[in-house]
Design a protein around this ligand. Structure first.
Ligand code: ZN
Length: 345
């Protein structure tokens, strides 16, 4: 694969600068990407967002291919590194794996000098020595961070920089920029589709990340609380009647899929396992896995009482809600005194 990636002006790709860049990256707090997966305007998957395939699904797919990694670590380890690094940097780990597999011929062929270089990084026309990374984890970070920089103009923390940060938000837009091959995206997506088929998942357009079960939610904001329009009138009536009883209810209702992912990251941990698979009960506080929260349907509210989160069943607002909320179609979730929803979950 001939690549067009150029080093940013002034950055020399010596091992020393790469190590320094990686150390720096480790200390940086990475901004969340704005996009949350799904398809871009060109009809190909967005690079930023959640991976559709879990570490386990990627590993199962890898084992089914029958290939053996010629890298410094085995294929299963690479799947885990891509999953975790993708979740940490807000990049689709599954798409990054598909790209690495395309660039290296299933982790068998690396650019000259390119130890742990999984994406032909810094191999460009007229010079075939690639960047080298001290460990497999550094190599995956270098690749995933570079993808983030390709997709996100505000991200500038990749150890090896993109020539045009923000040029390429989708798989389709990489063609002609990351690689000269005009069919680059077609080849990459063929690998990705084989991964999806291995996991029994449908193609992107019939339910990718960012989609909500049951379709988009029609929203309305009442008394500062955004909820599904279908329950907005009753929520307004409830807040009004509580105020008559001297209790000021406020709170947070609807969460976008991206907000649910951010909440899981904050409450459950940073890895893709933490965000997408860990049981809700092991998070603090318990938080539903993305795609399953009543908040994502606008049918749950985390209530505050006179400006403070309701954390006890002794709270006067909880007591009032316990007596009255059912009249307005809201039910308690007993482990979380603040959380009330249409079905008590
Ligand atoms: Zn809640």
């Amino acid at each position: 694969m001939i690549l067009l990636i150029r080093l940013a002006a002034g950055l020399v790709a010596t091992a020393i600068t790469l190590v320094a860049g990686l150390l720096l990256l480790g200390f940086m707090i990475v901004n969340e990407p704005a996009a949350g997966g799904g398809l871009g305007p060109d009809g190909t998957p967005l690079l930023l967002g959640q991976s559709r395939l879990s570490t386990e699904q990627l590993t199962t797919w890898w084992n089914q291919t029958g290939h053996t990694s010629a890298s410094t670590v085995d294929g299963a380890t690479l799947m885990g590194l891509y999953s975790d690094t993708g979740a940490r940097l807000g990049v689709r780990g599954d798409l990054a794996v598909a790209q690495a597999v395309l660039e290296t011929g299933y982790f068998k062929h690396f650019p000259e000098g390119g130890i742990n270089n999984y994406a032909g990084i810094a191999v460009h026309d007229g010079a075939n020595r690639g960047a080298s990374f001290p460990t497999a984890a550094d190599g995956v970070t270098g690749h995933v961070a570079l993808l983030r920089e390709f997709a996100d103009a505000h991200f500038a923390d990749a150890p090896v920089h993109a020539a045009e940060p923000g040029c390429c938000p989708t798989v389709g837009s990489l063609a002609g920029v990351w690689a000269t091959d005009p069919d680059y995206a077609v080849s990459l997506l063929a690998i990705y589709e084989a991964m999806l088929a291995s996991a029994g998942l449908p193609p992107e357009e019939t339910g990718g990340p960012g989609s909500t079960p049951g379709g988009p939610v029609e929203l309305a904001t009442v008394d500062g609380i955004t909820v599904a329009a279908s329950i907005a009138p009753q929520v307004h009536a409830l807040v009004t009647d509580a105020a008559r009883a001297g209790l000021r209810l406020s709170g947070g209702g609807y969460r976008s899929p991206e907000q649910q992912i951010a909440t899981r990251r904050a409450n459950c941990g940073p890895s893709s396992y933490d965000i997408y698979e860990k049981p809700s009960s092991q998070c603090s506080p318990p938080t539903a896995t993305p795609g399953t929260s009543m908040h994502e349907r606008g049918l749950a509210i985390d209530f505050q009482c006179n400006g403070r989160l309701i954390t006890s069943h002794a709270n006067p607002c909880w007591q009032w809600l316990n007596t009255n909320a059912a009249t307005y179609g809201l039910h308690p979730f007993n482990r979380e005194p603040w959380h009330w929803s249409q079905d008590g979950r």
